[in-house]
Design a protein around this ligand. Structure first.
Ligand code: GNR
Ligand code: NI
Length: 173
């Protein structure tokens, strides 16, 4: 297992469209293990493979309360089969846009199909935080960040904020 570096905006790799996984192997599971370790270390509640520079349609997530037993979940080749009209407004953040938070509206419930850690097909409805998070992560698979749902002004402010923080972290070293 290993903690990987998380790419931040405006790294063009984050705009790549990730490709499907053809077979779920031990190598796929080793990648998901690294993603989970990286996500817990960050810490975050979700992570897409492209955020560590791997352009595959893989997501990890854990929505358990901070002090509760961890509930790691893995999603390979996830698809949204259905959704509802009702929207949920939530203040989102992203490990690739550190220390920037803004509200985004997304469907409150989505029907998912994906392969789990073992390569088993799962079909289920996700709602509330699960729905918000999986849609945020699935956007990453298509090269879309939550700031792409905001106005150009807010998006540019977010990117500038990240760049400034990184410049300042560098001069501190
Ligand atoms: O850690 C994360 N928190 C979060 C909060 C609200 C909506 C989405 C997220 S996902 C984010 C981790 C991340 O960047 N995943 O891609
Ligand atoms: Ni994100």
């Amino acid at each position: 297992m290993a903690i990987k570096q998380i790419l931040t905006v405006p790294n063009p790799v984050l705009k790549q469209v990730s490709r499907s996984v053809e077979v779920v192997t031990d190598e796929t599971r080793a990648l998901m293990d690294d993603m989970l370790e990286t996500m817990y270390d960050a810490p975050g509640i979700g992570l897409a493979a492209i955020q560590i520079g791997v352009p595959l349609r893989i997501i990890v997530m854990d929505l358990a309360e901070t002090d509760a037993t961890p509930e790691p979940k893995c999603f390979i080749n996830p698809e949204i089969l259905d959704d509802v009209e009702e929207l949920r407004l939530w203040e989102e953040g992203c490990l690739s846009v550190p220390d920037f938070y803004e509200e985004v509206e997304r469907p409150r419930r989505v029907k998912l199909r994906y392969l789990d850690y073992h390569g088993k097909e799962i079909v289920e409805w996700a709602e509330d935080m699960y729905a918000t998070c999986i849609q945020h992560e699935m956007d990453h698979l298509n090269g879309v960040l939550f700031i792409d749902h905001l106005s150009r002004l807010k998006r540019q402010r977010a990117i500038k904020k990240v760049q400034k923080a990184e410049r300042e972290a560098e001069t501190d070293e």
